[in-house]
Design a protein around this ligand. Structure first.
Ligand SMILES: NC(=O)c1ccc[n+]([C@@H]2O[C@H](COP(=O)([O-])OP(=O)(O)OC[C@H]3O[C@@H](n4cnc5c(N)ncnc54)[C@H](OP(=O)(O)O)[C@@H]3O)[C@@H](O)[C@H]2O)c1
Length: 285
């Protein structure tokens, strides 16, 4: 069924790092985005679960623009994001902004690869955001090590990463959803400089006012650490692979798409840590 075009913007993953930032950026610009959530919380929310196709038509009702992210726990795109995309297009969505990852075009095993290909095989109604290594990994994956052990413990060797702030991704996504016409564009979004983990530890120590060190993990040591922390096997393998990749420069690239689109530099990691320093306060959750 084809519906009349609407200006409603649906944001998936709206409780996550990037989805929250997309909602915040759109709201700050005067839009009223719909949050597609597994557990709705407010009147502005619609029920959406990628694993429950019966929720999809209601979530897409009257939607003209879609922010699409792939939840980390979902790997089978053929039963989830791809049929969801097909339904969105059939119902008149004509702006789709997909959160992908740098390298997804080359790495066929990365779930985003199939979604990118599906988008590009269809009409040019898409903007693909290929994001670099998130600054918010410090808030999620590394938080407990920082708070409880005063260390960063990853198998990244002396590899560098150009940490990108989810808030910057949110602003770019909001632009592509409700501002400039960026359909047909692939954007590569990174932070302003590539830092190694010794530099990140020094930066954290300075901003948090206590010593944080970088303990370069071995591959096996890291896997044991993640398993002891309760991570499932698959997530352990993916996390390890991503961090070992940093040794080989996988996330070192610095691009100019954020400054070009937002008309200001990308946010440095130092500013992210200063802004969010309460996240790593000792004794917090
Ligand atoms: N970490 C990095 O460095 C990095 C870099 C580049 C790209 N990426 C990509 O970015 C994405 C992760 O983004 P993020 O950090 O913003 O995510 P996140 O913080 O992990 O949040 C995941 C979101 O997905 C939602 N979700 C989970 N299962 C769902 C389901 N069955 N149906 C609908 N929604 C569901 C969650 O909602 P609930 O509240 O219901 O749980 C939550 O809002 C991944 O695709 C990842 O590969 C990550």
């Amino acid at each position: 069924m084809t519906r009349a075009r609407s200006d409603r913007v649906l944001v998936t993953g709206a409780t996550g790092n990037v989805g929250r930032a997309v909602v915040a950026a759109l709201t700050a610009q005067g839009h009223a985005p719909l949050r597609g959530l597994r557990q709705t919380e407010t009147d502005g929310d619609v029920a959406l679960d990628f694993l429950q196709p019966q929720t999809w038509p209601g979530a897409l009702d009257g939607v003209g623009a879609l922010f699409l992210m792939r939840p980390p726990a979902i790997a089978d795109m053929g039963k989830t994001l791809i049929p969801f995309l097909d339904m969105a297009r059939a119902r008149g969505v004509d702006r789709i902004v997909f959160l992908s990852v740098i390298g997804a075009d080359r790495a066929r095993w990365v779930p985003h690869h199939a979604v990118e290909r599906h988008l590009r095989d269809g009409p040019a109604d898409w903007t693909i955001l290929r994001a670099g290594f998130f600054a918010q990994n410090l808030h999620d994956a590394y938080r407990r090590d920082i708070v409880e052990d005063g260390r960063l413990y990853v198998p990244a060797g002396q590899g560098r990463a150009a940490f990108v702030d989810a808030a910057d991704l949110g602003y770019v996504a909001a632009l592509a959803l409700a501002g400039r016409d960026l359909r047909g564009h692939i954007l590569t979004l990174t932070g302003p400089e590539a830092l190694d983990f010794d530099q990140v530890a020094r930066l954290l120590s300075r901003r948090l006012g206590r010593s944080i060190t970088y303990d370069a993990a071995t591959i096996l040591g890291y896997m044991r650490h993640l398993r002891r922390r309760g991570l499932p096997w698959m997530a352990t393998l993916v996390q390890t692979y991503l961090h070992v990749g940093l040794r080989f420069g996988q996330a070192r690239q610095v691009t100019q798409d954020i400054p070009r689109l937002l008309d200001r530099p990308a946010t440095p990691l130092d500013d992210v840590v200063a802004r969010d320093r309460a996240t790593w306060r000792c004794g917090t959750g």
